[in-house]
Design a protein around this ligand. Structure first.
Ligand SMILES: *Cc1c(COP(=O)(O)O)cnc(C)c1O
Length: 427
């Protein structure tokens, strides 16, 4: 059933490293090779062999209205007719910025970039520039894009100066990155005890890059407290959770207020957009108002802005959308847990708005080390069997899943029915 995709993958591997432009797409942690996608429609994707999938990945988050939403499509098509890019200001940028500024009390100004990686990288520079300090605190299992100083991941679990997790990243560039376990207050305190040069804490307040693992309220409050006591800034990386977990992202759910917020994914509705934002006195230190340099030829691209603007307006106008999305996420995860229990398979589930996660393990994981103890071979088998039945889940247990607005209760129930069948044979 995957013949054409298998051939396409072979062809791609000859001219693209690993056949993919982003490593997770290569199905490294699961069985088989990636389906090559021909097109999407609503909640579904079709591959080049003609297989149809219910899509729980949605381009890794951006497509909260599903594939080919007519309003977004039309705004893109209209904007394209005026030209693809000008390298000069357009009103669309101000309009999208206004939508965001109106939504958040702690945001006065927004700067647009072209990816989440770029947004976080720039936010870190801003925090360092504003505070005049060098160190950053990051948490194991939180992903903030692939820029050098943030490519420091799981170490021994000790709060320590980070070692780079990729060749090509000089240790000199990561020596300012302090690592702490997620949801571990003692380790976080140790970072601040060891360094008086901390510019910022960067955190996914609802982590979605080690599966779905929310930070506890206490932990976030401690982040705020340590930043305030030391003059560091608190950055919420909401590239995934922004406009996903709720209209205000994590900020609509937790009570801690960050200094700087980064956005991506949903903010571009499938087009390449990232953004970072803060209050005026911080943002005004950015070039050309201030001295901290940051730039981009295609930043604020009009076509991408049009997609994001239409998407945010739709999200704002639809007061029930997040309740609707969460009800479906809960329907899915409770359903999965019920069939797992029926087949004596331990499964932990959670949701935040339209985000969901499930782990094959005995206890709810709260950090990267605990996620690592999940049953990965079992996940790989589950993934493969669901894919063969037309259900497209993220190809790694380290990824969150997403509900889109076009998904119906019937779609969810069909998923649970298939999972029941699959789990009956999942050893
Ligand atoms: C996806 C993601 C990024 C990176 O965004 P890209 O657009 O892939 O560069 C950064 N932070 C978080 C939390 C993400 O989920």
């Amino acid at each position: 059933m995957f013949e054409k995709s298998i051939q396409a993958y072979e062809d791609a591997k000859k001219v693209i490293p690993g056949g993919v432009d982003s490593p997770v797409r290569a199905f490294g942690g699961v069985i088989g090779t990636p389906p090559f996608i021909a097109r999407g429609e609503g909640s579904f994707m079709y591959d080049i062999d003609g297989n149809k999938y219910l899509d729980f990945v949605q381009s890794w988050g951006p497509l909260i209205f599903g594939h080919c939403d007519k309003d977004i499509e039309n705004s893109v098509l209209e904007t394209v007719k005026n030209g693809l890019s000008f390298g000069a200001p357009t009103e669309l940028e101000t309009q999208l910025s206004n939508e965001i500024v109106e939504m958040f009390d702690n945001i006065d100004k927004v700067r647009f970039v072209s990816s989440g990686t770029e947004a976080v990288m720039s936010a870190i520079r801003l925090a360092r520039g504003v505070t005049g300090k060098n160190d950053i605190v990051k948490f194991e299992g939180n992903y903030h894009g692939h820029s050098d100083s943030l490519l420091v991941a799981a170490g021994s679990g000790m709060a320590t100066f980070g070692a780079p997790s990729s060749p090509g990243v000089p240790a000199d560039l990561t020596k300012h990155t302090l690592l702490s376990e997620y949801n571990n207050i003692a380790q976080l305190e140790k970072c601040f005890a060891e360094s008086s040069d901390i510019a910022c804490i960067i955190i996914e307040p609802i982590a979605g890059n080690m599966g779905l693992v929310p930070a506890s309220e206490d932990f976030l409050a401690k982040c705020r407290e340590l930043c305030d006591a030391s003059g560091a800034l608190l950055i919420f990386d909401e590239v995934m959770s922004g406009f996903r977990a709720s209209l205000k992202g994590a900020q609509g759910i937790v009570s801690t207020i960050p200094d700087i917020v980064t956005f991506g994914k949903v903010i571009g509705a499938g087009m390449p957009v990232g953004a970072f934002a803060s209050r005026a006195e911080i943002m005004s230190q950015l070039s050309p108002e201030g001295k901290i340099y940051q730039a981009g030829t295609l930043s604020g691209n009009p076509v991408a802005m049009a997609a994001g603007l239409t998407s945010l307006k739709k999200l704002k106008a639809d007061k029930d959308i997040y309740d609707r999305l969460n009800a479906k996420a809960v329907r899915l995860t409770t359903g999965l847990q019920e069939v797992a229990t029926k087949h004596n398979i331990p499964l932990q589930v959670d949701t935040r708005g339209s985000m969901f996660g499930f782990f094959f393990c005995e206890d709810v994981p709260t950090n990267m080390k605990e996620v690592g103890k999940c049953d990965f071979p079992r996940f790989a088998k589950f993934h493969n069997e669901m894919l063969k039945r037309g259900f497209y889940f993220a190809c790694s247990q380290y990824e969150a899943g997403f509900i889109c607005d076009t998904m119906t209760d019937g779609d969810i129930d069909a998923t649970i029915k298939a999972a029941d069948e699959v789990m009956a044979n999942l050893i």
